[in-house]
Design a protein around this ligand. Structure first.
Ligand code: NAD
Length: 279
């Protein structure tokens, strides 16, 4: 069976470049679809406390027959839990739901600049990594300034930065910042949440050329430009189709054409992490 390539973090650990995300998946459905993802070949699952499905992911892990060292699990600290002590407590609750002893990757879900607790929160992640409870630590939805503060105030550089990123919003500047600091970039909503992007004429043309689907072409573009990518689907055939994007190799002209679809800030679907603050 095809397997995902791994990318190496600045802490020496590695992450399967193609993973499976479970935002907006009910807890009981999560168990079924994560099992289907494992059967399709995925070994990297992206969940979060706020998704309400850590327990379902945990049940899928427990019944999969896969050993902890064969899989890579990410979860995220929710905004209301930011702060040093509250992070330590929220982490243990997530681990109980997941049924895991050690976590592969823990992320601060949003920077929450007005709340301004992200440096203390980061210090708790550093402590949990020191204690051996988390292998790698990173962040999601930060600005360059926020990342710089983490680095300046703790000396610990995040392993990865998970951000909204798809061909209509390709985040060239933030990707450059991440790369120049040795931080991997991970793309959320990599398919643009499945709307207009997958009907785009340029993507359709490239898909036809490779005998691939539009979703596979978009995932292949993420892989080609070095993103870690976590597409979501609850349809088994699409879960398999998205994993088979590993077999699609784009040429330079395809990659340039897809990169050229960027719409700048207009292309953003979700909140802007530099200003958004929500519970
Ligand atoms: P996505 O871009 O992966 O799109 C998912 C949607 O695309 C599906 O619901 C379906 O409608 C469609 N789709 C999927 N495969 C398809 C296929 N082969 N053909 C046609 N349509 C297809 O969107 P997402 O779920 O928002 O993002 C992926 C993951 O990223 C999430 O599940 C979650 O794990 C993560 N995420 C993280 C954050 C964050 O704040 N850190 C925010 C959003 C998402």
């Amino acid at each position: 069976m095809t397997s995902s390539p791994n990318l190496t973090f600045n802490d020496g650990n590695s992450i399967p470049q193609l993973g499976y995300g479970v935002w907006q998946v009910e807890d009981d459905v999560a168990e079924k679809v994560v099992r289907q993802a494992f059967e399709a070949g995925y070994r990297h699952i992206d969940t979060a406390k706020i998704y309400g499905n850590e327990a379902g992911v945990g049940r899928a892990i427990a019944s999969s027959g896969l050993k902890p060292e064969e899989i890579f699990i990410t979860t995220k600290l929710w905004n209301a839990d930011q702060g040093y002590e509250s992070t330590l407590a929220a982490f243990e609750e997530s681990m109980d739901r997941l049924g895991l002893e050690t976590l592969d990757l823990y992320l601060i879900h949003w920077m929450q600049p007005k709340q301004d607790k992200f440096v203390d929160t980061w210090k708790a992640l550093i402590e949990l990594q020191k204690r051996g409870r988390i292998k790698s630590i990173g962040v999601s939805n930060f600005s360059k300034e926020g990342l710089q503060r983490l680095i300046d105030e703790t000396g610990v550089v995040p392993a990865i930065h998970q951000i909204e990123l798809h061909p209509f919003f390709n985040q060239a500047e933030l990707r450059d910042f991440d790369a120049s600091h040795g931080i991997l970039t991970q793309a959320w909503s990599p398919l643009g949440q499945g709307g207009e992007l997958l009907e785009n004429a340029a993507i359709a043309q490239i898909a036809a050329k490779h005998g691939a689907t539009p979703a596979q072409v978009v995932i292949a573009w993420h892989l080609a430009i070095g993103n870690v990518v976590i597409p979501k689907s609850v349809t088994e055939s699409r879960i398999q189709e998205n994993f088979a994007a590993l077999d699609v190799t784009l040429d330079e002209a395809d990659i340039e054409a897809i990169t050229g679809l960027d719409r700048g800030a207009e292309g953003r679907i979700g909140p802007d992490p530099a200003v958004s603050d929500f519970a």
